[in-house]
Design a protein around this ligand. Sequence first.
Ligand code: IMP
Length: 193
Amino acid sequence: MNKICFATNNKGKIAEVKSLLQNKFEIVSLQDIGCVDELPETGSTIEENSLQKAKYVFDNYKVACFADDSGLEIDALLGLPGVDSAHYAGSRDNDKNIALVLENLKPFSNKSANFKTVITYYSSNCVCAFEGLVYGKIIDKPIGNQGFGYDPIFVPNGYNVTFGEMMQTEKNIISHRAIATKKLIAFLEKNNF
Ligand code: IMP
């Protein structure tokens, strides 16, 4: 079975991808390939960061790999917080990030937003990107304590609960990450990687 490195240190993401892959591929972590480096994330878009991380791992460790990058894009804020989602309010503080989003969005009646994930696969013969988008709207105050990040203020279209109120298993079926991951898996299967 071919080994593919998922260039993340997030154990939850690795478990999620492994469950979607159902043992069709051997997924190894950064730790498994001996990488303890901080991956570069200096791009100005989600796409760039995803590519930058995958390229770094391939260039330095010579293993086929994929990396993801995600964020929340709010239409009225012209796509912000976007690539800066993790530290929109200046640090990696979810409550402060949410408070700043709600403050900045107050003057606008258009509350539509989407979560985006871009996964970049990088190997000796191919570089390919896969996008996952979930559309919805931002509500006025946080509800729910499941999940992470902006989950408590995002209601996906077709639902009347936030990601923060959903069971993780339910969110993981419809999430931006799941959509991008399923595209990656279809690609790997089609090309017999
Ligand atoms: P990452 O690239 O997956 O680490 O995501 C970057 C940031 O985007 C996170 O720190 C969160 O602030 C936000 N984010 C990404 N995905 C989600 C999600 O599924 N729910 C809530 N926030 C998210």
